[in-house]
Design a protein around this ligand. Structure first.
Ligand code: MSP
Length: 514
């Protein structure tokens, strides 16, 4: 039935700590792209889940004297709940402790062995448990007598143990060639350049197994070793499609993935290791890795000691999920680090949601309720000012799709808020309240046209603020299956005489002392 397929993933969360704004951001962004493709009538697969193996999880469980698996079960649930709180539309939630995932990881391992990309040796070097990453001597520094990774600031420890290695060095030229042939594989371009520079400096073979702890997937035929948590975790993108069954309809439909949305801190794993593993395992490569920036609070990285943590759950409780989704998507420039604060959250809710889109819906619905018997009015001949308004959106649709294909989310939102601003202006300029006295047929046409414009804007805003736009579209009586981009061009879609339901305020204005 579907000719267009779209597979989008978020990084599967480490469930060790409490969900924070960074987690919320990564997932909300991916959800917006997934929802956009659904309104563009793609067959969409949107994946998230939990990354549960590795020394970090084992140590956390030990600290709490809990069985590691039971500990993971509890924590994974917290993150599953988060997907509901954030109103994510994920089609699956994968856990790396699931059987289906083990099967996929074992297959990848066996393929790497078969292609002779794996050999047994000894690892002597630095490892950060917090990042679950290996670091070279030149990537670490000493701070207050503690050795830390420069890139993340997290503590590193010395590791000496037998380990299997992946021949990453052998993939350097092939990776560079791949980046060159696929200039949009890594976006934004600044991150692509970072990766290319890093690879050009030379790649060392990568330790891909550990023997000093047991919480992981055992290496096939040598269970003294567990598979390195990143080789394990990255494979989740395949396990959710029932790999290694490459005849499975999910795999056939959705692999290679369209885009992996990730934070910039895990770029190296996704843009270097992952494509190298896949090439070696003879699995086609994903089409894109998009590395978004960091969320900062008051210009600084959020941290407990600075006391500048904005907790997503508290914000959602106080202001609403659509408010948080809209704010993060609008105010943080997707490829860059972005500062967030309560002050700018409130301004954004007031300016864009309450005063602009919310106000548009509220005033038009109330006016129609009062003056048209709560029914969609009939319309006469459209005048140029009417078609100018509606054409503005219709003409922009190809561009809007292109923006979303390039993950230009901020520009997309800007366009939409502009449409809403212009619709408000149209309503002000044409003064249906005056027309009521002088030319009721013209009033009806203007109202019909602006109701239709609300329909279009609501469809296009749906990926960002799904709950509120659903309310607006419910009021207009639009069926679920008609909430799609292809129906926007039909300017006579609304049926005169159909009921306009009573409208409640979509977005309350936030007072300053709130
Ligand atoms: N488990 C790994 C991902 C494995 S994917 C095969 C992981 N998990 S995480 O829970 O630490 O991070 C989840 C996502 O949140 C990542 O995309 C990470 O970049 C993002 N963020 C964590 N803190 C962040 C900010 N302060 N700002 C924006 N996103 C950041 O990494």
């Amino acid at each position: 039935m579907f000719s267009k397929n779209f597979y989008i993933t978020t990084p599967i969360y480490y469930p060790s700590g409490r969900p924070h704004m960074g987690h919320a951001y990564s997932s909300i962004i991916a959800d917006i792209f997934a929802r956009f493709k659904r309104i563009d009538e793609y067959s969409v697969m949107f994946l998230t889940g939990t990354d549960e193996h590795g020394l970090k999880m084992q140590r956390e469980a030990e600290k709490k004297s809990k069985d590691t698996k039971l500990f993971c079960d509890e924590l994974s649930l917290t993150f599953k709940d988060l997907t509901k709180t954030l109103n994510l539309s994920n089609d699956d939630f994968i856990r790396t402790t699931e059987k289906r995932h083990y099967k996929a990881v074992e297959e990848i391992w066996n393929r790497l062995v078969k292609s002779k990309d794996i050999y047994l040796s000894k690892y002597n070097g630095w490892y950060s448990v917090s990042d679950e990453a290996y670091y070279d001597e030149d990537e670490i520094e000493t701070k207050d007598n503690i050795k830390c990774a420069k890139i993340s600031g997290s503590k590193v420890e010395w590791v000496e143990e037998e380990s299997y290695f992946f021949k990453l060095s052998g993939w350097q030229d092939k990776l560079l060639k791949f980046y060159e042939n696929n200039p949009k594989f890594i976006l934004p371009l600044s991150r692509r350049n970072e990766v290319v520079q890093f690879v050009k400096k030379g790649l060392k073979d990568l330790s891909v197994s550990r023997t000093s702890f047991s919480w992981g997937i055992p290496v096939p035929k040598n269970s003294k070793h567990v598979i390195y948590v990143w080789l394990d975790a990255l494979t989740n993108y395949l396990s959710a499609l029932n790999f290694p069954n490459t005849e499975d309809k999910k795999y056939k439909r959705f692999w290679p993935a369209t885009v992996h949305i990730i934070g910039k801190d895990i770029l190296r794993f996704h843009a270097i290791y992952w494509p190298a593993f896949l090439m070696a395992a003879k699995v086609p490569l994903p089409q894109r890795v998009y590395g978004h920036g960091w969320i900062l609070s008051d210009e600084k990285k959020m941290s407990k000691s600075l006391g500048n943590i904005l907790d997503p759950i508290t914000i959602i409780t106080n202001y609403g999920i659509d408010q948080l989704r809209y704010y993060l998507a609008k105010e943080v420039s997707l490829g860059n680090d972005g500062n967030i604060s309560l002050e700018s959250l409130k301004n954004c809710i007031n300016n864009d949601l309450a005063n602009n889109y919310g106000n548009l819906c509220q005033r038009v619905f109330s006016f129609v309720n009062k003056n048209c018997n709560s029914k969609i009015p009939s319309f006469g001949k459209f005048q140029s000012e009417d078609t100018q308004l509606s054409n503005e959106i219709i003409k922009q649709i190809p561009n809007l799709k292109k923006l979303m294909d390039n993950q230009d989310l901020n520009l997309y939102i800007k366009e939409l808020i502009n449409f809403s601003f212009n619709a408000n202006k149209y309503f002000n300029d044409l003064e249906p309240w005056s027309l009521k006295k002088t030319n009721s047929e013209r009033m009806n046409t203007v109202l019909y046209n602006i109701l239709n414009q609300i329909r279009s804007i609501s469809i296009l805003l749906h990926p960002i603020i799904p709950d509120s736009t659903n309310k607006a579209l419910d009021i207009l009586g639009i069926k679920k299956e008609d909430r799609v981009i292809s129906k926007i061009a039909n300017l006579k879609f609304l049926k005169p005489g159909n009921i306009i339901k009573k409208a409640n305020i979509l977005f309350k204005k936030i007072e300053n002392d709130n």
